[in-house]
Design a protein around this ligand. Structure first.
Ligand code: ZN
Length: 116
């Protein structure tokens, strides 16, 4: 992978990281507000529980994505980026452009999905 491509992915991943970090902060602020917000309303309770659930799921997903992004940035730094964790083959740049934090090549990924 040449330096230009590498920098391209670095920018992409850093941007993703920023977006995710902002998202996490937003979630944390929202839940803080909820704790301090006025007298609980029974009619609101169901909606509130649902929203909280959605938020928890979202932030969990975002958190796991964030750790993948961080891992990919780390790999870029120590030159292991774009190498499949399973078979050691190169992951095609075309695939990395779609999923910049991909850890596996398409072959290994589909093998895993077929035999979990
Ligand atoms: Zn592989």
């Amino acid at each position: 992978m040449d330096l230009k491509t590498k920098n391209q992915f670095k920018n992409m991943l850093t941007q993703m990281k920023d977006t995710l970090t902002l998202g996490l902060e937003r979630c944390l602020n929202d839940s803080k507000e909820e704790v301090n917000g006025g007298v609980p309303d029974i009619a609101d309770e169901a909606t509130r529980t649902y929203n909280r659930q959605v938020m928890l799921n979202l932030s969990e997903q975002e958190r796991s994505q964030l750790s993948k992004v961080n891992e990919a940035i780390q790999k870029l730094e120590d030159g292991r980026y774009g190498i499949c964790d399973e078979c050691g083959d190169r992951i095609p740049v075309k695939r990395l452009k779609v999923v910049p934090f991909a850890k596996f090549c398409v072959t290994c990924k589909s093998n895993m999905e077929e035999n979990p």
